[in-house]
Design a protein around this ligand. Sequence first.
Ligand code: NAD
Ligand code: UDP
Length: 348
Amino acid sequence: MPLSFNDSSVTVAIVGCGGFIGSHLLDAVLCRTKWRVFGVDVDFYRIQHRLNDERCEFINADLADPRIVERIAQFPVVVNLAAICTPSRYMAEAPAVIRSNYDHPAALACACAKSGAWLIHFSTSEVYGRTLEDSGQLDEDKTGFVFGPVASSRWSYATAKLLAERFIAGLAGLCWTVVRPFNFVGPYMDFMPGVDGEGIPRVLANFSTALLRGESLKLVNGGKARRTFTSVFDAVDFMFALFASGDKGFSQAFNVGNPDNEVSIAELAERMRRIFARLKGVTVESLPAPEVVDGETFYGSGYDDSMRRLPSVEKAAKLLGFRAQVPLDVAVEESLTWFIGHYSNAAD
Ligand code: NAD
Ligand code: UDP
């Protein structure tokens, strides 16, 4: 049976509800449905405006704690977003990254299999691994996975996510759906290094930081890698299509991305410079020129990259009637506008 958005007896557990995607999903659930929310995180700064909402119960707890895992699994729908997912940490903290992206989801999956909860687990488009310049569309059920050697510790995250997917798919009695996000962007994305986080955030937040600080955008290994950036608002719409789909989304992994928004990182840098200059009323020429940097120097030893990540999105279209809509420039501008408003005073 599809979930009714008017059914006030439904409670959805959102694990990682204080994160970038979680904060948007939380807002949308409260605005578009009558559901209640059981929210778990270790950081609530993005959702201060929701902490006193009477339809929510928030718990400051770590998914490593088996007692909280049992509690979460008591709810009929469990969305698991909790993870270490900052690229610069994949090299320096591989064991913690693997525990976060394999051990914790596996324990949650076991608890959901026992309780009968529907587990919607966030994996990553990075499970497609070390894709090449000429890799075509990545298909959930046909494309194979190739990773680098163990010394390329960048793959700690992707291999742990992939193992979690295999564990979930193989677990008897579990009702599951896996989501593979393709570079979501939007307001509340990541952090500004030295202000509200440490390390190197994902590219859009890192470029936004550099633009605000008047620094050059760093093009890792020349910025030749290609990505398809997807608005977080499209991602939330995907979740609602999934919630409404009844059993059509069960036992499926879905790419969630916008193939129309494919760009190289060098092209993204140029677009962001143009949009930033317009928003600030300055000329593009007055901004520092982008600078090419070596990947291992920038991220640390063990860095490696996917050269192209272009999703096939036909499965979500066929089973859920969902296609992402937001064009790249709109998604980038929404994200950059928020970043400028949020961090202008903190940039120096
Ligand atoms: P995020 O870092 O903003 O959010 C993750 C949240 O989980 C954070 O608020 C964090 O405090 C919380 N968390 C981490 N470990 C926890 C633990 N042990 N116990 C409780 N809470 C914990 O990340 P996001 O961008 O919102 O991503 C959400 C999920 O989607 C992650 O699983 C990530 O791997 C996946 N994903 C996201 C993207 C993207 O484009 N944003 C791309 C690929 C995969
Ligand atoms: N990148 C870059 N400059 C930066 C940050 C990232 O050139 O300041 C590159 C990175 O090497 C990768 C792409 O941008 O090729 C996307 O990186 P991100 O960390 O956003 O996530 P990924 O898609 O690799 O998981």
